[in-house]
Design a protein around this ligand. Structure first.
Ligand SMILES: C[S@@+](CC[C@H](N)C(=O)[O-])C[C@H]1O[C@@H](n2cnc3c(N)ncnc32)[C@H](O)[C@@H]1O
Length: 280
């Protein structure tokens, strides 16, 4: 056996050392659980943690909107993996997950998208990635709600999403990047914003602004108008996680012919539609 010269291998830990080593996570976990179940449940985040914990045991929270879209594999949409560029991998609350970022980037590459419209910029992590994968001449338009505009919206947004609106700057994570010159930051409420100059010129739309039912319906209908060609793609975030999104997409699939082929991508909260894949 080859060994590192001058360095002795660590000794095997005996059973009592292993038990002692486990004491720290045990006590931390116990303390966290006590806090969560006594005080923590009064916050939205605490309640979400409890529901998450139960879902690990196979429990499905029955007040949740049911998942009705058919699941499709990422491979069935993108085919064999193509080379993608990934920036800003670390996700924060409000972002897509790391896996979802990879899926989104693959969808942009596999659909040869050049012009992309994102509804809901937040910190610009996804915006930067969309631009990076849209090709050297690709463009991304991204719309965000300015903090001051949260008062007097066309329809109420969900109380829990106000924290994503409340920030000093939209798109902080793409600012100063090599993708920034190909990104156009737009500001406004998607319920009243005048999208008309972008109608029919977009290849790929990412819908991730307000998660309230009426906004998701509005933004989905806008997304359809933005697309310029058959084979254009719309992707939504948070299907199966935010009830407003889940319900709106379930309703669109059943009640609007152009959304009949809506599906969601297995292992993610991304819903997917390729235009032209459904009857009029
Ligand atoms: C969940 S964050 C978007 C996350 C981002 N797409 C990402 O992948 O990291 C939602 C964003 O939508 C914006 N937003 C919320 N309601 C909106 C509205 N009515 N019109 C436009 N943007 C809105 C918020 O300001 C926030 O920046």
């Amino acid at each position: 056996m080859l060994e590192l010269e001058g360095v002795a291998p660590p000794r095997e830990r005996n059973k009592s050392a292993r038990v002692t080593g486990f004491a720290k996570p045990y006590l931390l976990g116990l303390g966290y659980s006590i806090a969560l179940f006594t005080v923590g449940w009064t916050t939205w985040r605490g309640r979400a943690s409890i529901v998450d914990l139960c879902s690990k045991l196979g429990y499905r929270h029955d007040t949740r909107e049911p998942i009705e879209l058919p699941a499709v594999s990422m491979h069935s949409i993108t085919g064999d993996a193509s080379a993608i560029r990934v920036h800003e991998l670390d996700a924060v609350d409000g972002n897509v997950s790391e896996k979802e970022l990879v899926v989104l980037n693959s969808l942009v590459v596999s659909s040869n998208a050049n012009s992309i419209f994102e509804l809901g910029t937040f910190d610009g992590r996804t915006t930067r990635n969309l631009a990076a994968n849209a090709g050297d001449h690709g463009r991304v338009f991204t719309l965000d709600l300015p903090r001051a505009s949260v008062i007097g919206l066309t329809a109420p947004i969900h109380q829990h999403e106000e924290r994503y609106v409340d920030k000093d700057i939209s798109g902080a994570r793409y600012r100063g990047s090599s993708e920034e010159p190909r990104i156009t930051q737009l500001y406004g409420d998607s319920g009243t914003f005048d999208f008309s100059q972008y109608f029919g010129i977009i290849d790929f739309v990412f819908v991730d602004a307000s998660h309230a039912y009426r906004y998701v319906v509005n933004d989905s209908l806008v997304a359809l108008k933005l697309l310029q060609r058959e084979g254009g793609v719309i992707v939504w975030h948070d299907y199966g996680r935010w009830d407003g999104v889940t319900r709106a997409l379930n309703d669109l699939r059943v009640n609007h012919g152009k959304f009949a082929e809506l599906s969601y991508i297995e292992g993610t909260t991304l819903a997917f539609l390729r235009s032209g894949s459904s009857p009029q």
